[in-house]
Design a protein around this ligand. Structure first.
Ligand SMILES: *Cc1c(COP(=O)(O)O)cnc(C)c1O
Length: 332
């Protein structure tokens, strides 16, 4: 598939590492776990949003915009990475922060919120859970227009068709890398949230005829709610690419039960996963996404979802700065 016709900025040099995790594999008793280190993408520190923003920011620049406007939770990795991209490009950046867990916003919070301030976000508007975020961002864009400026609105998680291209690019990178390293991956496990990552991968695997099953571990929804969102995203990405195919429903597989009690609220299985990966591989997962997704991989392994000799790839989507907002829970 030819992605070169889409304008793209580059924020990472070369492919992210594809690593075998020997100690974690041993602790788990199999399957053989590999990790694609998208936590090592570019932009302070990068994560899956870096790949989406390569296409989204290129589009903003092509349209002559001077300000990126996006939204997220109080510890949003997406907001941090969007701001970092803005800094690099000499753009300004404004956030709408949704207080998804009532009472969770603190102006002196650590983690990503600290980085918002250090990197110099221009404005940060806090709104209650369930607010119309699109409308709040559009209002900021309208205010800017009245001042002769031009805003570019990036939806939650950067998850639209253009952002999803970032994970089509990742699929192509992974395909080349497994060939180069002589690795046969049997299964991919990834966190599934606003859907650009999971949906983009599904589209990229279909378009490149990569026949490896993908399981998305929901970080905020059980499958009946998550599957339609991911399916819609995958279809939108395929349509943007002009693939002329209908994404089969069965290609979108989600697992629930690991995100409860609530998006971003810790649970014991997340704490176990974050500690286990830290103490076997010295790799930092995050409390909101990859910790719960890895809890899903661990749970699936214990439930016999994989053969012990299978190669299972966990896509590490980043997020470590949020650990600092959860230090008490993690060390309890
Ligand atoms: C945003 C995010 C996700 C979820 O990706 P989506 O594309 O929103 O589904 C996973 N992991 C981390 C660290 C994230 O910041």
């Amino acid at each position: 598939m030819d992605l070169a016709r889409f304008p793209r900025r580059r924020y990472t040099q070369g492919p992210t590492p594809l690593e075998f995790l020997p100690n974690f594999t041993k602790a788990l008793g199999g399957p053989r776990v590999w990790m694609k280190r998208d936590d090592q993408l570019g932009l302070v520190p990068g994560g899956n949003k870096t790949r989406k923003l390569e296409f989204l920011v290129a589009d903003a620049l092509a349209q002559g915009c001077d300000t990126l406007i996006t939204c997220g939770a109080p510890q949003s990795n997406h907001c941090r990475i969007t701001l970092a991209a803005a800094v690099k490009e000499g753009l300004r950046c404004r956030f709408v922060i949704e207080e998804r867990v009532p009472g969770s916003y603190r102006d002196d919070a650590s983690g990503n919120h600290f980085l918002f301030r250090l990197l110099g976000v221009e404005t940060l508007t806090v709104v209650p859970a369930g607010s119309d975020l699109r409308a709040a961002m559009q209002q900021i864009a309208d205010d800017l227009a009245r001042q002769g400026r031009k805003g570019y609105v990036i939806p939650t998680g950067g998850s639209n068709a253009l952002g999803g291209l970032g994970y089509v690019a990742c699929a192509q990178e992974l395909q080349q890398q497994t060939f180069d390293q002589g690795v046969r991956i049997d299964h991919v496990v990834v966190a599934s949230g606003s859907s650009g990552t999971h949906g983009g991968l599904v589209a990229g695997f279909l378009g490149n005829r990569i026949d490896i099953p993908i399981t998305g571990i929901g970080v905020s929804r059980d499958p009946q709610d998550q599957v339609p969102i991911v399916h819609k995203e995958a279809q939108a990405v395929c349509d943007l690419l002009g693939l002329g195919l209908a994404v089969p429903r069965e290609k979108v597989v989600c697992v629930g039960g690991y995100w409860q009690p609530k998006y971003s609220v810790p649970n014991p299985r997340m704490l176990e996963a974050v500690r286990l990966v830290a103490r076997t591989e010295a790799i930092l997962l995050d409390p909101v996404y990859t910790g719960k997704a890895m809890a899903g991989l661990i749970g699936m392994s214990r439930d016999g979802a994989f053969r012990r000799d299978e190669n299972v790839l966990f896509l590490h989507t980043g997020g470590a700065p949020a650990l600092h907002a959860y230090e008490r829970e993690l060390l309890a």
